[in-house]
Design a protein around this ligand. Structure first.
Ligand code: AN7
Length: 353
């Protein structure tokens, strides 16, 4: 077996054949980490497992879907891929396109993607266009470009993206031996909640698990179209990755929440930042702000008494904290101190003699 990416590991669940040339960066197989400290900080009574997707090759969950989308684009003979992005999709598309020797075009909202994600698109050589508009405007343009023969769209409106991302659910079941009782995750364009629900159902239908989780999706308060029941024209949140006002997979996400007796709800930027710091401080896990929305959702659900005693929770933290170091420095609530280079000064600065 060459490589260890998600297509190799779960190929019987994915639309590939023996002839398919797989484009992979060995994505997937990310750690599932039990969070004892955070559970204790919240008063206990349940178990919680964090799926740390920041450890994928481009540091977000997008790689699971991108390996399949780019593999299928190559199989079809496409020479260029295109996507709209709040940053992580473009980072992933740029890397997999480089791996495949393809051209990549990314459309991002001007000034609204984090520094790390911009760095990734540029260093991998993607043609990077900032548009004077938001993600939703960019996705409209991409839909139009996709009508031409030159471009293969690799946003999650490409069904192969959803297919690849369902492997996150498989991995969780493989480690836990069954599905969790509840699965928490952030919701932006709503592809991932759709993917996980698909993955959990397929695994159960094939006898690899016995139960299904309640799907608990979390939007940011200022970008919560599904919660409000209508598109948001000018979505705003500090979690730029989920700054989306009209999710492409809206209906499928609603169905996932309804069919699983779950919910799609929202958390404020303040709750997101608190969760961002809490996870880093209690567990040593550094995620980007959007990823902390799912953690904030757990904090909120626990406070409302909505986590039944003894439940097993999984939460997908979708992207690495180093994508957005500026926010981490602002949100750390602590600063470094500059002192003279002698031992007395160092001890004095930390309040020791
Ligand atoms: C860290 O990169 O939409 O609900 O263009 O980057 O599947 O959209 C990113 C979304 C959560 C939301 N966490 O997932 C993009 C983009 C992080 C993200 C989401 C995104 P979906």
């Amino acid at each position: 077996m060459v490589g260890h990416g998600v297509i190799q590991r779960y190929r019987k669940f994915l639309p590939v054949s023996d002839e398919t040339c797989i484009i992979s960066l060995n994505e997937g197989n990310t750690p599932l980490i039990e969070s004892f400290n955070l559970v204790q900080a919240l008063g206990g009574g349940f178990r919680m497992f964090v799926k740390y997707e920041g450890l994928n090759p481009t540091a977000s969950f997008k790689d699971r879907g991108m390996t399949l989308a780019v593999t299928k684009a190559v199989e079809k003979g496409a020479r260029a891929i295109v996507c709209a992005s709040t940053g992580n999709t473009s980072a992933s598309a740029a890397a997999y396109a480089a791996r495949a020797g393809m051209t990549c075009l990314v459309l991002i909202p001007e000034g609204k993607i984090s520094y790390g994600k911009m760095a990734q698109a540029l260093i991998h050589g993607a043609k990077t266009i900032e548009i004077r508009g938001n993600f939703d405007d960019a996705l409209e343009l991409v839909r139009e470009l996709g009508l031409r023969d030159d471009f293969e769209i690799v946003n999650s409106i490409n069904p192969f993206r959803i297919q690849g991302q369902k492997t996150g659910a498989f991995e969780i079941c493989d480690v836990l031996g069954d599905a969790p009782d509840m699965h928490f995750l952030p919701v932006g364009n709503a592809g991932n909640i759709t993917s996980y629900w698909l993955g959990y159902r397929e695994y159960k239908e094939n006898g690899h698990s016995n139960s299904l989780p309640r799907m608990m999706g979390w939007q940011a308060e200022g970008a919560a179209p599904i919660v409000r029941g209508e598109p948001i024209e000018s979505p705003e949140t500090i979690a730029t990755a989920i700054r989306i006002g009209n999710p492409a997979s809206w209906d499928l996400a609603s169905r996932a929440s309804e069919e699983s007796s779950g919910a799609i709800d929202c958390v404020s930027d303040e709750e997101i930042l608190d969760a961002h710091r809490l996870l880093a401080r209690t567990e040593g896990l550094f995620v980007e702000p959007a990823s902390a929305a799912g953690i904030a959702g757990i904090v909120k659900s626990k406070a409302r008494g909505e986590i039944p005693e003894g439940s097993i929770l999984a939460v997908t933290v979708t992207g690495h904290g180093l994508k957005d170091p500026g926010i981490a420095i602002d949100n750390a609530n602590t600063k470094s101190v500059v002192v003279e280079s002698d031992i007395e000064s160092v001890l004095e600065a930390i309040g020791m003699e």
